[in-house]
Every structure is written in structure tokens, then in C-alpha cells.
Design a protein around this ligand. Structure first.
Ligand SMILES: [Zn+2]
Length: 117
């Protein structure tokens, strides 16, 4: 278990992937807290860039978050079960019948991603 105090302590050693500002004062939302790893979402207080912070017993890593997802949404999707082998096979079968372009086109209509300004 990682206490929030040590999380804050770890965050002071993490830096924004975009501007290099310390994430010490970033808006910080823990997404997944497991015994050996904590995954958190941190919004830089300086440039508003979103960063994914992973904290383990051997150190921490910061990755830029290339996503339009809000931290609450990331939290929602991170617990979604992994794609099963059966699902992969189904997609594979569909791809044999239809081109990727057609499949992608159909999907885009149902879930149009909003553009970032
Ligand atoms: Zn920044």
C-alpha cells in the first residue's frame, strides 16, 4: 500500500513531460492503486498537459497522456476487462470479409471523437 503522503513525495520527483515543471503541485488523481504499482493522472499546473504517472517500489515513470479522456473516464476504462482472444478472432474474421477502411469508417460514425481546440 502506498500512502497519499508518499505519493505526494514521489510526485515532487516527477516532471511534466511537456514543459518540465515539477508535478508537485499538479492536479493529481490516482487511477489504480495496487500493492506494487500506483497509476495516477496528473495535470500540469503550468501548461495543463496531462501526464500518466506510474509509481512502483523501484521508482516512478511519467508518460505524456495523449488522450481526450478525463481522469474519471480513464479510471472507468482502466478497469474494463482486456480484449479476449475470442474477440480478436472475431475481428480477424471480419477483416477477411471487409477491408479495414470500411470497418474503421463504420466505427467512426458511431463514436466521433471530439477535436481538441
Ligand atoms: Zn507542463
Amino acid at each position: 500500500m502506498t500512502s497519499s503522503v508518499s505519493l505526494k513525495n514521489q510526485l515532487s520527483k516527477a516532471f511534466c513531460t511537456k514543459c518540465g515543471t515539477s508535478l508537485d503541485s499538479a492536479k493529481f488523481v490516482p487511477i489504480s492503486e495496487m500493492p506494487l504499482i500506483t497509476i495516477a493522472h496528473a495535470v500540469c499546473s503550468n501548461c495543463r498537459a496531462e501526464n500518466m504517472v506510474t509509481i512502483t517500489s523501484i521508482g516512478l515513470g511519467v508518460l505524456p497522456l495523449e488522450s481526450d479522456l478525463m481522469s474519471s473516464e480513464v479510471r472507468k476504462y482502466i478497469n474494463v476487462p482486456a480484449v479476449s482472444l475470442e474477440e480478436v478472432l472475431q475481428v480477424h474474421k471480419k477483416l477477411k470479409k471487409e477491408s479495414v477502411c470500411n470497418l474503421m469508417h463504420k466505427k467512426e460514425k458511431s463514436s466521433v471523437k471530439k477535436q481538441k481546440a
